[in-house]
Design a protein around this ligand. Structure first.
Ligand code: ADP
Length: 309
């Protein structure tokens, strides 16, 4: 449905986006994950034709954004990072204003405003002024504004930054509901747990480049990050430790924590075998900790750095 092919964009001597390519299928939630300044907003702005790429093409449903930006704007709803609402107007008035920019006939627009207010669960606040809303509620109105023209693709640029957990959950539910109804979603974030929670495919981006992309399973394979099993021994006996580590080179002993550590392909399959091995060699197990592969460990392995800033 969406093909981004070798797209680059510089601002002066800053290469904001470098040779980025990806494809998104209809009905997918595509996550663009990266730290601040990685180039996520620039990619979003190129997709919605606010920013013109220096090189490359964006093709949506067979239409090149270079040739027909107006048609594409109707296909796409964009929720920008900044809250674009009039504080003195009510939620309803703001939405009527934004919807009016799409030339939607008034009766249809009124219906859409009510429908989208229901989607973001703000019907009972529709006549209150925006200035009385919390940050999270304003973001929900922003999402509703992006849905007024019935787009088939929704782009959300870091929609949960600075949002409290309750509103955050609400935003997740809205996204999941829209996606279940068939909406294709592009979601930028620097929160790994969000990308992990609902993105079908994730592109990991760092200083303007895509470092890796795919499903979580594919990213796990690309990065070759393994599950980690830590076994704390009740009695650290050097003879037992030497026997264990020489018999099984995958086991290493961490002096600082007094624990054996082993990386496994699949912790569920390997845990019993490793425990038997330790116990047969005379090791007394006090505790076991398991750490499965997650996006955080994949990201760290691929970029060599923590994402959180
Ligand atoms: P992100 O959304 O991942 O935080 P951005 O796409 O906003 O990243 O920015 C990528 C890089 O491009 C940053 O170094 C940023 O300072 C720069 N940049 C973005 N927009 C502009 C602009 N309009 N003018 C100059 N530099 C910009």
């Amino acid at each position: 449905m969406i093909t981004v092919r070798s797209v680059s964009k510089s601002f002066g001597n800053i290469d904001a986006v470098k040779n980025v390519s990806f494809t998104i299928d209809k009905g997918e939630i595509f996550g663009i994950l990266g730290p601040n300044g990685a180039g996520k907003s620039t990619i979003v702005n190129i997709l919605n034709t606010l920013v013109k790429a220096d090189k490359g093409d964006v093709i949506i449903d067979g239409v090149n954004t270079k040739n027909d930006g107006d048609t594409l704007k109707l296909m796409m709803g964009v929720v920008p990072q900044e809250i674009a609402l009039y504080e003195e107007l009510s939620a309803y008035e703001n939405m009527m204003f934004w919807g009016g920019l799409y030339n939607i006939p008034k009766p249809e627009l009124k219906m859409n405003v009510n429908k989208t207010l229901e989607i973001v669960d703000l019907v009972n606040r529709k006549n209150d002024r925006i200035k009385t809303f919390s940050g999270g509620m304003k973001r929900r109105v922003n999402i509703a504004c992006a849905l007024l023209h019935n787009p088939r693709i929704l782009v959300l640029d870091e929609p949960t930054v600075g949002v409290d957990p309750q509103n955050r959950n609400h935003i997740f539910e809205v996204i999941e509901r829209l996606n279940n109804e068939g909406m294709t979603i592009i979601y930028t974030t620097h929160y790994m747990e969000e990308a992990e929670r609902f993105c079908d495919k994730i592109a990991i981006i760092d200083v303007g480049r895509i470092i890796a992309q795919g499903t979580l399973k594919e990213l796990r394979e690309i990065s070759d990050v393994r599950d980690l099993l830590t076994i704390k021994l009740a009695d650290v006996n050097s003879e037992t430790i030497n026997r264990l580590t020489s018999e099984n080179p995958l086991l290493r002993f961490d002096n600082a924590s007094g624990s054996l550590k082993v990386e496994c392909g699949n912790i569920n399959n390997d845990i019993q075998i490793i425990m038997n091995h330790v116990q047969n060699a005379g090791g007394v197990i006090e505790r076991i900790y398991t750490q499965g592969t997650n996006l955080e460990s994949i990201y760290l392995k691929l970029t060599g750095k923590e994402l959180r800033d």
